[in-house]
Design a protein around this ligand. Structure first.
Ligand code: ADP
Ligand code: MG
Length: 677
């Protein structure tokens, strides 16, 4: 048996089990050994029965009087008495009729489970039971709990891992020994063994530290190598031209915030270098990223370079094109702005392609249509990507390949990425943060609403509509396929037939064609609707200054960052904005949602989400599944900074990566994923 063997070579694993394991992403023994527990239950303390207290307990006892019976509605109960030298306790299992015959009277067992009141009597309910003479896997130890799938329980997974555990010893070391020594890390095989068979909680923590360190080290190394590779590349030089910058600023209807100025300055510095810029601008909704993008674009355009501006949706591309045209009009660049959308007719596109190829157009705004193979640019010098996490890595690579020259890349996001997450995932990017908003903005009044106070809420918001304002209503679903969630269709019907009979209610969702969506949005902007019921397609960027109310149905179903983003759609003018978060039921609101009432800082909210829901929730929206952190906690700032500096040291030492077989393969894979240049 070796690690690359199929799980079928494990004793007890047949084709049926193998199929279930495959659902968990496990086909080989190595993959099984890398299936680390999600959590642990500490059953390591074996207590005399007379000492046990309610909670998780383990006893070493003999089973007596075991008997099963069916009670009402087909429910089955197996009841037994477990005794040791000190006392006896009742043990019950629900709906596990096989228990009665599985136990041999007179034999000694470890019994691990929850002690508590059941039908007014102290009992251990649904415990795991293993013969003392066997090597226990589910009792009398710190019991690992694995990710399960239907028909494959943690207890089985424990047995399979036990059956091939001796292979863990053969696992090669993956980190250079000087790193292990300087950070007091245990060996890889010891750590892996501890993950599945922890001896104590402290040793488990050591194991997690070791493996988490490795993960962050690998990610950081991949990011740094990408970064240095990019620095070897030569890009176009776009020197700073003070006149064009001053001209642009002179015509703005407002003064730039200090944060905007600082970020623009960083970008101008990058553009003037012969190394390609690879910068991420993070700025909360409404912080004014578009102006920053426009100022970057004019610098390139002024010097004869073309700029590609990509937006995540057609809707947004439309709006950005208009905004950019307006911003560029005083410089007479507006005629150089073109648009590309998937929904455009072929002859229309052809004209744009030609103008890009002969250099007539200096700025092309669109969705990923901008990076299709047919698009040939004469002199692409700068790529600006709005909401970069919506674009796949492959798409980015194609852009670069096609440009012939290496363009500068500026990405912008309103997703507040907590610092630790940004450092780990985007280590190769230079990050700029626009951390203040233009002065004089009103905070959006945010309120949590229980579903039975809706009428009062509607009465309140109707005053806004009466005053000529508009409102968004966001729902998690399009149709009523899941009765437990609110859908745009159901809510649209409810609002137009019941609560707002005399108002115009529009409907918008992602299943409509781009042309339909554009039309509905345009109609909303022209006030043909008072209310727009929508899915989260309106999440990014769409600007409707007259909309002052945002109602979000089933608010629990969204992440904090997403809710904050949605809230940012209103209050984009001098009018006070309102956000109502409707709870799914009348239970008290979670701490998560209550945070939105108090905080208007997207970064703080994202940090909190990271803490309360873990990186998975944030990954989910960022499509970074492949980055696959199994152990490391992104909230562990100390570990991350140590692992990052170890990666830097690895490079500074001029270590030869190819020497480290495993590390080399892993890092190559990660480099492909994180390669955003
Ligand atoms: P986001 O960062 O969410 O993309 P936008 O670029 O759309 O924000 O800017 C939001 C609004 O703020 C726009 O109407 C824009 O004109 C305005 N704005 C941007 N910068 C400033 C500023 N320095 N002072 C006042 N208003 C500004
Ligand atoms: Mg924007």
């Amino acid at each position: 048996m070796t690690g690359s063997d199929s799980v079928l070579s494990i004793k007890g694993v047949g084709p049926e089990v193998a199929k279930k394991l495959r659902i968990l992403g496990i086909t080989t023994i190595s993959e099984l050994l890398l299936h680390y527990p999600r959590r642990y239950e500490d059953y390591s303390n074996v207590s005399p029965i007379q000492n046990i207290k309610p909670g998780q307990v383990t006893i070493k006892a003999v089973i007596k009087q075991i008997k099963g019976r069916y009670v009402r509605r087909g429910m089955h109960i197996t009841e037994a008495v477990a005794s040791d030298d000190t006392s006896s306790v009742r043990v019950i299992w629900f709906n596990q009729p096989y228990r009665e015959n599985a136990m041999r009277p007179g034999q000694e067992y470890f019994i691990s489970g929850e002690l508590g009141l059941s039908h007014q009597r102290m009992s251990i309910t649904n415990p795991a039971v293993e013969l003392v003479s066997d090597f226990p896997v589910s009792t009398a130890r710190i019991v690992p709990v694995y990710r399960e799938t239907k028909g494959l329980k943690s207890a089985q997974i424990r047995k399979y891992i036990k059956a091939c555990s001796r292979l863990i010893n053969g696992q090669a070391e993956t980190l250079p020994s000087w790193i292990l020594a300087s950070h007091a890390l245990m060996s890889r095989s010891d750590a892996m063994f501890s993950m599945h068979f922890p001896e104590s909680l402290p040793s488990l923590e050591m194991a997690k530290k070791r493996l988490g360190f490795e993960e962050v080290f690998e990610l950081s190394l991949a990011a740094l190598l990408n970064k240095y590779e990019l620095l070897q590349e030569e890009s176009v030089v776009i020197p700073f031209d003070v006149k064009i910058a001053q001209d642009f600023v002179k015509h703005l209807p407002f003064t730039l915030t200090d944060a905007q100025k600082q970020v623009i300055w960083q970008i101008y510095n990058d553009l003037a270098k012969s190394q390609p810029m690879n910068r991420l601008v993070e700025g909360d909704v409404g912080s004014g990223k578009t102006v920053v993008a426009a100022m970057s674009a004019v610098m390139a355009m002024q010097q004869g370079f073309q700029v590609a501006y990509m937006a995540p949706t057609a809707l947004l591309a439309r709006q950005h094109a208009d905004t950019l045209k307006k911003l560029l009009t005083p410089l007479d660049f507006d005629s150089k702005v073109g648009e590309l959308r998937g929904s455009m007719k072929t002859p229309e596109k052809k004209i744009v392609y030609d103008k890009l190829e002969n250099g007539e157009l200096g700025l092309i705004v669109g969705t990923h249509a901008v990076i299709q193979d047919k698009v040939r640019m004469k002199r692409l010098g700068l790529v600006i990507i709005d909401e970069q996490h919506r674009f796949g890595v492959e798409q980015r690579k194609r852009l670069q390949a096609k440009a012939g020259i290496m363009p500068h890349v500026l990405t912008m996001t309103a997703t507040p990425i907590p610092r630790t997450l940004a450092l780990t995932l985007y280590g190769e990017l230079d990050i700029s943060v626009i951390n203040t908003k233009p002065a004089g903005r009103l905070l959006i009044k945010t309120e949590l609403v229980s579903p039975n106070s809706k009428q009062q809420m509607y009465d309140k918001v109707d005053k806004e509509l009466e005053a000529g304002r508009q409102m968004f209503v966001v729902c998690p679903l399009i149709t009523d396929e899941d009765p437990s969630k609110r859908s745009v269709e159901a809510v649209h019907t409810e609002l137009s037939r019941k609560y707002f009979k005399n108002r115009h209610v529009g409907l918008l969702h992602g299943k409509l064609s781009s042309a339909e969506k554009d039309q509905i949005m345009a109609d909303f902007i022209e006030k043909k609707y008072d209310i727009l019921v929508s899915t989260t397609v309106i999440e990014v960027g769409v600007d409707v200054p007259n909309a002052t109310v945002m109602i979000i149905e089933d608010a629990e179903r969204f992440g904090l960052a997403q809710l904050h983003q949605l809230r940012g759609r209103v209050g984009r003018s001098e009018h006070q904005g309102y956000c109502y978060l409707i709870l799914s039921d009348s239970k008290p609101a979670s701490r998560r949602l209550r945070a939105l009432e108090q905080s208007h800082d997207g970064f703080k909210l994202a940090e909190l989400d990271l803490e309360l829901r873990g990186p998975g929730a944030i990954y989910g929206t960022m499509q970074h599944g492949e980055l696959d952190l199994r152990v490391a906690k992104l909230t562990d700032v100390k570990l991350i900074s140590q692992a990052r500096s170890a990666a830097q040291q690895f490079i500074d030492n001029k270590e030869n990566l190819i020497q480290y077989n495993h590390l080399y393969n892993k890092v190559q894979k990660l480099r492909a994923v994180t390669n955003v240049s």
